[in-house]
Structure formats: C-alpha cells, structure tokens
Ligand binder design. Structure first.
Ligand code: FAD
Ligand code: 2HG
Ligand code: ZN
Length: 469
C-alpha cells in the first residue's frame, strides 16, 4: 500500500480514508464538466486531525485539495487527473460549536452545511443571512473560501462581511486560533480577510465565528415585470430610496432565463414572463410588522407603476407563496443544466453601467455567434450578473462549447473590462478562470498575490493551479 495512505489511515482510522470504490461525488465538479482522480479522500473529524493530515502530506510532498459541499462552479474543489492529490473533505467537521445571542455571533465548523447553520440560528430567533441556491449542500468553509454572495448581499454583505474570526490550519500544519467575535481589532495585517476568498490555496479553514442579526418581524416578496434593464435599474433606485435598509434582495431575470424554468419545470408556474423582457424579484424586510412592510412595499410598487417603470407586479400573499417565487429564481441554474452544457459568466459591473454593458455585450455576441441564446439573470442590487450562454436551439452543446467557448469568453470579458467590471463577482477563480484572470486583473495585484502564495505555501501544496497557475 502507498505509505502516505497507510499513514493517513493511522491518523484518521481506515474508515475515513477512501481510496477505492466509487469516489465520483468527490472527484467530479458540480456541473459535471470535469472529473479528476484522487490518490485518496480523507475525512478528518477534528482540527487536530486536519493538522496531522496536512503535516503528513507536506512531509510526503503531496498536494491537498480542500472540499466542502463540492457545489463550487469554477472547478476548484476536485482533484486534478494525476491521481496524486489528497482530497480533504470537511464533511465530518459539521458542528455548530457555540452561539452567543448577546454578542450576535455563532461559531461553526467549516463543514457545517449552510442551511443547517441558518436553521440552528433561526431556532434561537436569530438570522444568519447568507443565502444561496446551493444552501442545502454548500458549507461554511466553502462559503468563506469563495467569499460567496447570494441573494441578501445588498443588505448584509457577502461571506467576508459576515465573518469575524477564523480557525485555520496553515500549510505547515500549524493551527491559527483566530476565532474572535470582536467587531473591532486593529492589531496588524488582516489574516482573516486574506484567507477569505483564497479558495483553499493558502490553508484550510476549520471553523469560523460569524455575525448574526435578529430575525426581522416581517419579510415580503414581490415579483415585478419591466421592459428593460434600464427600468430594472430605475426600480432598484426607487426601492432603495423608499425602503432603505429594508430592501434585502433585488434580483433580475431575463425572459429567456425564465422561459427555461417554464420549459423544464412547468409546475412552478412562472408569473408574468411571457410579455416582458425582464422580471425582478424584490424582498422587503421590516422590523415593525407585516402590515407595515406591506404598506411600504405597495407604496413603492404603486409609484413604480405610476412612473411607468414596471408593467405589472404581484406581491406574495404568504410565506409559502414567497418561497415559490424564490424557488423559481433559484431554479434557473438547474433549468440551464436540463437545457444542456452552457457557458457561465459571473460578472460584476458598476450598477450605473449595467444597462449599457448588457446592450453592448448582447449586440456583440449576437453579431459574432448567430443563434446563441443568452441567459441573463442575477443579483442586480449588487451589480452582479450571470451572463450565461446556451448553444443555439438544436445545436449539440458540447460541440458548440468546443468551438466557441474561448471566443465567447473573450467577447464578454473584454466588454466587462471596458465597463470597469470584474470577471468573477462571487463564484471565484478556481481552475476555470485561472488562465483568464491575468488578462483582466492588474499586473501588480497579480504579482502581489503570487508573493503572498509563495510566502505562505512555498511548496505549492495547497490546492495548486487554482486562483494562480
Ligand atoms: P466547495 O465547492 O467544496 O469548494 C469551493 C472552493 O473552496 C474550492 O476551491 C475548495 O478547495 C475551497 N474550500 C472548501 N472548503 C474549504 C475549507 N474548509 N478550507 C479551505 N478551502 C476550502 N455562489 C454564490 O456566491 N452565490 C450564489 O447565489 C450561488 N448559487 C449557487 C447555486 C447553485 C445551484 C450552485 C450549484 C452553486 C451556487 N453557488 C453560488 C456556488 C457555490 O455554491 C458557492 O461557491 C459555495 O460557497 C461553495 O461552497 P462549498 O462548500 O460547496 O465549497
Ligand atoms: C445564482 O445566482 C448562482 O443562482 C448560480 O450564483 C449562477 O448558474 C449560475 O450561473
Ligand atoms: Zn449568483
């Protein structure tokens, strides 16, 4: 037997070192585009075990790929094809360690599934506001390592802004005990912010202390139809002025994106999509009462109708109805999967430029690749679009991607750059964008990132080939 596998079995017990059998769930990316092969999968149950695994791998000169829920969309959490990497799954480190209602914080292990964390907090009347379509599988550690966004960023910020402290196993196998619940701590370089968003390339996050909020008194959801991106941006401005911090979500969905949900999940009964170019999903959170929330929300929508910004709207009458509307929005990704392989662009732009960007980029794509189908949706309130491309109707998606993916990426990312945007808003870089990033990111920033990586991981043993090539 491979001596490293033997040593890992000694550390974790044979049951937690998987080297044969079907490892597809760990080795294949969520989109099913890439399958790697691991030397073995290890499932440590404690921070000390993670540290011991890291030390053993470092001694053997074997690289590690950390994995949470494996829901990442940029091919960052699976091993490469060599069969030489250790896949370190955090699934067993899933405890909520401590909830501190007076400090409004919770400390959870990195493998804790987001939805379970939300539920544990809700049981105490508290809100952990990070909210993603993948929340039933993604983990606290994965969220922080990708600096995940989702549908509540507008009000509460992304994963970075919700994190106060971290516990990290370094590349050398030391443990940084940084689980602070302090909101102020200016004692030197911010290591927490360095590890957040580092996609497993600088060390392994084993636990985090996260910010909580009181559960709001009321949450209302509305679905409005608009004729253009300009109108959606106008509605955003109006809602922000009228609702202030009460506006917790603002999502935009293009007609073709919604048509895919209607086609593949007809039981969801997508409202208002047939006659309008875009629909918008708004969420209003209120600390007073349901009635107060409804009154303010209806006022915004009435004004929007009067000003000709929206064509039509529905306000959810119950929590169940609101859930259904959110479910439609969150099903666009799965509807795209059903339609076939596609190209994803997770981009961000200044909100003031979004309408001009969409007009220009869509025109460029239509001219260059006749028949391509644009799936345009996303977190408009954060300036974050998922500007995805589906193969023309009737064209084999795999062949389409083979021929056109690079050209399409260049067209989209060149437009993003021209409008001062970013080629990764919330999903990260992984290996999918690792070769693209240097074309679009400031060269000095790239060089500084390289120096940080070399300083913390001189042997390039932690998730090599991700973020930096
Ligand atoms: P994984 O996929 O397992 O890993 C992601 C990266 O983090 C990898 O580089 C991995 O090596 C690293 N990593 C994981 N755990 C650790 C750890 N403990 N220590 C160090 N590194 C680690 N993302 C958004 O931002 N917003 C969305 O709205 C959103 N919606 C989604 C909807 C669907 C249907 C799907 C499939 C994905 C969506 N995502 C979204 C992407 C994905 O869910 C997030 O990136 C999520 O944060 C990944 O968490 P995970 O636990 O699955 O991480
Ligand atoms: C979302 O906002 C996710 O639903 C996934 O970030 C986006 O599928 C996508 O491109
Ligand atoms: Zn998203």
């Amino acid at each position: 037997m491979n001596p490293l596998i033997e040593q890992l079995q000694h550390i974790l017990g044979a049951a937690h070192v998987l080297s044969d059998g079907n490892l597809e769930a760990y080795e294949k990316d969520w989109r099913g585009r890439v399958r790697g092969r691991a030397l073995c999968v290890v499932r440590p149950g404690s921070t000390d075990e993670v540290a011991a695994v890291v030390k053993a791998c470092a001694q053997a000169g074997v690289s590690i790929v950390p994995q949470g829920g494996n829901t990442g969309l940029v091919v960052g959490s699976i091993p490469d094809e060599t069969g030489q990497q250790v896949l370190l799954s955090m699934q067993r480190m899933n405890r909520v360690r401590h909830l501190d209602p007076a400090n409004l914080t919770v400390t959870a292990e990195a493998g804790c599934v987001l939805q379970r964390l939300q539920q544990s907090c809700a049981e105490q009347g508290l809100l952990y506001p990070l909210s993603l379509g993948s929340e039933g599988s993604c983990t606290v550690g994965g969220n922080l390592s990708t600096n995940a966004g989702g549908t509540q960023v507008l009000r509460y910020g992304n994963a970075r802004e919700l994190c106060l402290g971290l516990e990290v196993v370094t590349v050398q196998g030391d443990v940084w005990h940084g689980l602070t619940g302090l909101r102020k701590d200016n004692t030197g370089y911010d290591l927490r912010d360095l590890y957040i968003g580092s996609e497993g390339t600088l060390g392994i996050i084993t636990a985090a202390t996260l910010k909580l909020y009181p559960q709001p008194a009321a949450q209302l959801t509305a679905w409005a139809a608009v004729a253009s991106v300009e109108a959606a941006v106008q509605l955003l401005g109006l809602a922000q002025r009228e609702l202030g911090a009460g506006l917790t979500g603002f999502e935009m969905m293009g007609q073709f994106a919604l048509s895919l949900v209607d086609k593949h999940f007809p039981e969801m009964q997508v409202p208002l999509w047939r006659d309008h170019a875009y629909c918008v999903l708004l969420e209003n959170t209120d600390n007073e009462s349901q009635d107060h929330a409804r009154e303010r929300f209806e006022h915004v929508l009435e004004q929007a109708i009067e000003q000709g910004i929206i064509g039509d709207a529905v306000v959810a009458e119950s929590v169940a109805q609101a859930r259904k509307l959110w479910h439609i929005r969150e099903s666009i990704t799965l509807a795209q999967v059903q339609e076939g392989l596609n190209i994803k662009h997770d981009i961000s732009l200044p909100i003031s430029s979004i309408a001009a960007f969409v007009a220009q980029a869509e025109h460029t794509l239509v001219q260059a690749i006749p028949g391509m189908r644009l799936v345009n949706f996303g977190h408009l309130g954060d300036g974050n679009l998922h500007f995805n491309v589906q193969a023309p109707e009737g064209v084999d998606p795999a062949a389409f991607l083979q021929t056109h993916e690079d050209a399409i990426n260049t067209l989209v990312y060149d437009s993003v750059k021209a409008f001062d945007g970013s080629i990764s808003a919330e999903h990260g870089v992984g290996s999918l964008k690792v070769h693209t990033l240097p074309h679009y990111k400031d060269p000095v920033a790239m060089a500084l990132m390289r120096r940080v990586k070399d300083a913390l991981d001189p042997g390039n043993l932690m998730n090599p080939g991700r973020v930096l090539s």
